[in-house]
Ligand binder design. Structure first.
Ligand code: COA
Length: 391
């Protein structure tokens, strides 16, 4: 697979993000307005200057009117899109390509999801019933398959693997405790994580991402215009998206220790950005830690750890805030929360803060390149997005 990419042709010049969590007194429209206004202000632009909008939401509205009405958009293109949990990243990708094409000068990508009022949970399947031919597993059950598969393939004792998963949850809650926009802003001791009520397989509540409401937005323009809007823009080096053939439930020999979709999108993104050694060249990453074993497997699929070694790297602290390659410095889906359509933009928001030196207590020392990884679906049936951004 080879995409030509748009390395250094497009910039992000402003971003906004609401706090994620329980917003019983805010509608999806309110959250979108909050995120968009913060993004406009950070880019120093008025709404009138924006040429077109891309809105990602899985279920908090249909059509461009979901954004056009609350933002009072005056007869401009607003595209609503959805690509499962990678929806927010798709908004960025489509908006960035539209700018790169020359069709528009200044655009906004945004994402929103309001989950709490709907009663959405990882424990119940609240989608409409299908035709009976698809497996009806919950998200935690689906992702729980990664853990025993990994333990068996790499000969890791289940007790040790439990320590690894708990370390991932501990790390992401530690980071989220340093983030005023995160859903869960408390450190969680390892013994509490280990004892959290079981949800599926090895996974307890503390292995799961939060169910949240939230919105985030980005203002995007061509690279040559970026300094007109912002003294410190960030530049897109790569954007890759792939959909897999969804063979997991159909093949007896399916390997649940890897997401081939992630491997393909990472390879494509690294080629676009000219990255040969992601372990050394990527300074930090926001990855799709919907459940703790997902983050473990992603470290290998993204090339941050050799195959079968991510569990050791995790225990050694490589991905800690002060580690060699910090992962999920903002708390990740685990602690920042996961309002589906907004998550991809929230990941980019942390890259925006970190690259510009604005991450406060969480600031990573002189990051050069950041990666965001957003997954939709589950093991064996996924879509995957990878971006690389830098100064
Ligand atoms: N991580 C940490 N703490 C959590 C949490 C999570 N994922 N979910 C809830 N809590 C905390 C709440 O803050 C609350 O704490 P408090 O009593 O101190 O206020 C307590 O646990 C109970 O909250 P509640 O909302 O009643 O929990 P719940 O049992 O309804 O939900 C899960 C727990 C695990 C079922 C829910 O978080 C979940 O479904 N997560 C996965 C979401 C998902 O599948 N997303 C798709 C990913 S692909």
């Amino acid at each position: 697979m080879a995409s030509k990419g748009i390395c250094d042709r497009v910039a992000i010049v402003g971003m906004g993000c609401t706090r994620f969590g329980e917003h019983w007194d805010r509608s999806a429209a309110d959250l979108l307005v909050d995120a968009a206004q913060e993004a406009y202000a950070s880019a120093g632009v008025e709404a009138d200057q924006v040429d077109a909008y891309w809105l990602g939401t899985m279920g908090s509205g249909i059509s461009g009117l979901t954004a056009a009405e609350p933002l009072k958009i005056q007869y401009k293109p607003v595209t609503r899109l959805e690509n499962m949990c990678a929806t927010g990243s798709e908004a960025i990708r489509n908006a960035a390509y539209a700018v790169a094409s020359g069709a528009y000068d200044l655009v906004v990508a945004m994402g929103v999801e309001k989950l709490k009022d709907s009663g959405y949970s990882g424990l119940v399947g609240n989608a409409p019933p299908g035709d009976g031919t698809e497996s009806g597993m919950t998200a935690p059950a689906n992702f729980s398959l990664l853990a025993p598969a990994y333990a068996e393939k790499y000969g890791v004792e289940l007790e040790t693997l439990r320590d690894v998963l708990s370390k991932i949850a501990y790390k992401n809650h530690y980071n989220g405790a340093r983030n005023q926009k995160a859903q869960f802003q408390r450190e969680v001791p390892l013994d509490v994580i280990n004892a959290s009520p079981k949800v599926a397989g090895m996974l307890g509540i503390m292995d799961c991402s939060g169910v949240s409401d939230g919105a985030a937005a980005a203002v995007i323009c061509r690279a040559e215009d970026a300094h007109k809007y912002n003294a410190k823009p960030i530049f897109i080096k790569a954007l890759s998206f792939v959909a897999g053939p969804a063979e997991g439930a159909k093949r007896q020999d399916y390997d649940f220790t890897t997401f081939p979709e992630v491997v393909a999108s990472a390879k494509d993104a690294y080629e676009q950005a000219g990255i040969e050694d992601p372990r050394e060249q990527i300074s930090m990453a926001e990855v799709h830690d919907c459940f703790t074993p997902t983050e473990l497997v992603l470290m290998e699929d993204l090339g941050f750890s050799p195959r079968g070694k991510a569990w050791q790297d995790t225990l050694d602290g490589r991905f800690d805030l002060k580690g060699a390659q910090p992962v999920n410095p903002d708390g990740g889906l685990k602690s920042f929360g996961h309002p589906i359509g907004a998550s991809g933009l929230r990941m980019m928001y942390e890259m925006w803060l970190q690259l510009r030196g604005e991450a406060g207590e969480r600031q990573i020392d002189s990051p050069k390149l950041g990666l965001t990884h957003n997954l939709g679906g589950g093991p064996g049936r996924a879509v995957s997005f990878v971006s690389v951004v830098g100064l």
